[in-house]
Design a protein around this ligand. Sequence first.
Ligand SMILES: Nc1ncnc2c1ncn2[C@@H]1O[C@H](COP(=O)(O)OP(=O)(O)OP(=O)(O)O)[C@@H](O)[C@H]1O
Ligand code: NI
Length: 309
Amino acid sequence: MLCVQNLSVTFTMYDRGLSQKQTTAIADLELHINAGEVVAVVGSSGSGKSLLAHAILGILPKNAHVTGKITYNNEYLTYKRQVELRGKDIVLIPQSVSYLDPLMSVGKQLSRIARLRGLSTNASQQIIDQVLARYKLAPSVKQLFPFQLSGGMARRILVAMAVIGQANLVIADEPTPGLHPEVVVETLNHLRELADEGKGVLLITHELEAALQIADKVAVFYAGTTVEIAAKTDFTHRGKALRHPYTQALWRSLPQNEFIPVSGTQPNPDTLPLGCLFAERCPIATTDCLTHRPPLREVCNGLVRCIHA
Ligand SMILES: Nc1ncnc2c1ncn2[C@@H]1O[C@H](COP(=O)(O)OP(=O)(O)OP(=O)(O)O)[C@@H](O)[C@H]1O
Ligand code: NI
């Protein structure tokens, strides 16, 4: 359904006066999603997760320079296609409700989405009521404004919007932080249901634990690149099937495992090392790791960017 290959995003920034500098926020990023699949993108803050979502939707800022290839249903996702598809076929469930129009009632916002699909006013109202009921929202929420919604209600409305719009690819950016645990589980389950109905779901999260609850595959991002793509089943059996030292470290940091935090920090986009981006924190790095950026290669039905895997 969605294929991202060799994606790089650099920003041109003005240093002092008129001197320009380039920072590489994403380099050689790889990701594939099939219909019916939840693919989780896991990585720490600044690893490029949101930028990937914005690159797919075509909403990066003007100073961003994108190279690489993104296809959607085997067609190049050009800027023109992105504009046609976004909000309809491809939707973003954003991290915060600030994405909702603060001055428009929830009902109006839902109707607008239904009408974008070309539904009549009557048919729109019918679909909206059905979807609200599906997500256990009373019809009276239609009269509310975004600031009157609880965190849990807001998340359900955002999911409802994706369903009303009949999106085929749903990108959920960080739906978890700051929510009650029940709301987190509920949102994750809603995303899983959408995939089970045949949609593609891209779940962006900091939390490997949340990802493993619903994902079929996990793409691990580090400093703007994909270091590993592993099946969910690779995260069982003491994590032995995991290919990359960073993924293994993330796995050990889970509360149900050894709960050892990953020490150190990821490199800054302005000063990326020449070789492997993880080398300076890696327990098994050798001199080759410091001088050559490892390619992404296939190992045991997964992908890994490490020469020692
Ligand atoms: N407009 C911009 N100009 C320059 N650099 C940017 C811009 N937007 C993002 N970046 C840089 O790109 C990198 C990746 O950012 P991104 O927002 O994708 O991270 P993230 O993985 O989503 O992090 P978080 O988990 O905190 O949301 C960061 O280093 C960030 O500073
Ligand atoms: Ni983000």
